[in-house]
Design a protein around this ligand. Structure first.
Ligand SMILES: Cc1cc2nc3c(=O)[nH]c(=O)nc-3n(C[C@H](O)[C@H](O)[C@H](O)COP(=O)(O)O)c2cc1C
Length: 230
């Protein structure tokens, strides 16, 4: 990382060299640096081979997750790791049922609702492993007013998201495919019941993991469109 920082003579200010490089180089051809390779080449992968994901590898991913920055260093994240296929399918089925019900309630055509639920069931039910990322407020601060309590909860959610972001990057670095699935947010009680999670664990997302059986490309909005420099 250090060599990516360059002292830019003008104004005597340290400017990250990457701010200089990215606008003038095509992203796909830049930087052989392994960190940037991992960062730029990670994609959401939703199809996996049948090869099981070994536990020591899952432990490395969790190690990456828990070294994320987090609010007050209270480490509000919690993880349920599911490698048992029948448990995985039970979870996938329950969340897909809930999604299908919601789609139908929104007025979606029954065939479309069924198809979308079936895709979700298949993706979650056939992954090599699933990590359900949860947050717990147990060690966070508690406030008497709703506004600050909500912000404290948001900090726990942000911390948990950073942990799962680390986990996704580590998965790619280790040769796995992975995808963030938001389904647990919509069916937290079902997830808690099926996985028998402690009361204070609030499911936020499931990360499906496995050895990749597809390749994906994605684009991003250009930096100029989304940044205000001041
Ligand atoms: C908060 C969040 C929710 C997501 N939910 C889903 C999801 O439910 N299903 C899915 O297939 N992908 C989901 N994704 C993955 C995104 O679709 C994906 O990250 C995005 O399209 C960019 O593609 P990339 O990850 O390959 O760069 C989610 C990602 C995030 C960060």
């Amino acid at each position: 990382m250090r060599r990516l920082w360059a002292g830019i003579a003008s104004h005597g200010v340290q400017v990250p060299l990457i701010h200089v490089i990215i606008p003038i180089m095509s992203i796909s051809s830049q930087l052989a640096d392994p960190f940037w390779q991992t960062l730029l080449h990670r994609r959401s992968i939703r199809r996996y081979t049948d090869q099981p994901v070994p536990r020591p590898l899952l432990e490395r991913l969790l190690t990456a997750a828990i070294w994320a920055p987090n609010a007050h260093n209270r480490q509000p994240w919690r993880f349920a790791v599911i490698t048992d296929r029948s448990r995985q399918q039970q979870l996938a089925k329950s969340m897909a049922e809930r999604w299908e019900r919601d789609l139908l309630a929104d007025g979606a055509a029954p065939e479309l609702a069924q198809r979308r639920a079936a895709i979700s069931r298949e993706r979650i039910g056939t992954a090599g492993a699933i990590v359900v990322g949860c947050l717990s407020m147990i060690d966070m601060d508690h406030y008497p007013d709703n506004e600050r309590q909500h912000l404290e909860w948001l900090m726990a959610a942000q911390s948990t998201t950073l942990a799962l972001g680390n986990l996704l990057l580590a998965a790619h670095h280790e040769g796995l495919g992975a995808c963030w699935m938001c389904a647990p947010l919509f069916a937290p009680e079902r997830v808690k019941e099926i996985l028998n999670l402690p009361d204070d664990w609030e499911p936020q997302a499931s990360i499906t993991l496995g050895y990749p059986a597809e390749k994906k490309d994605k684009t991003r909005k250009p930096i100029e469109d989304i940044v205000i420099w001041q």
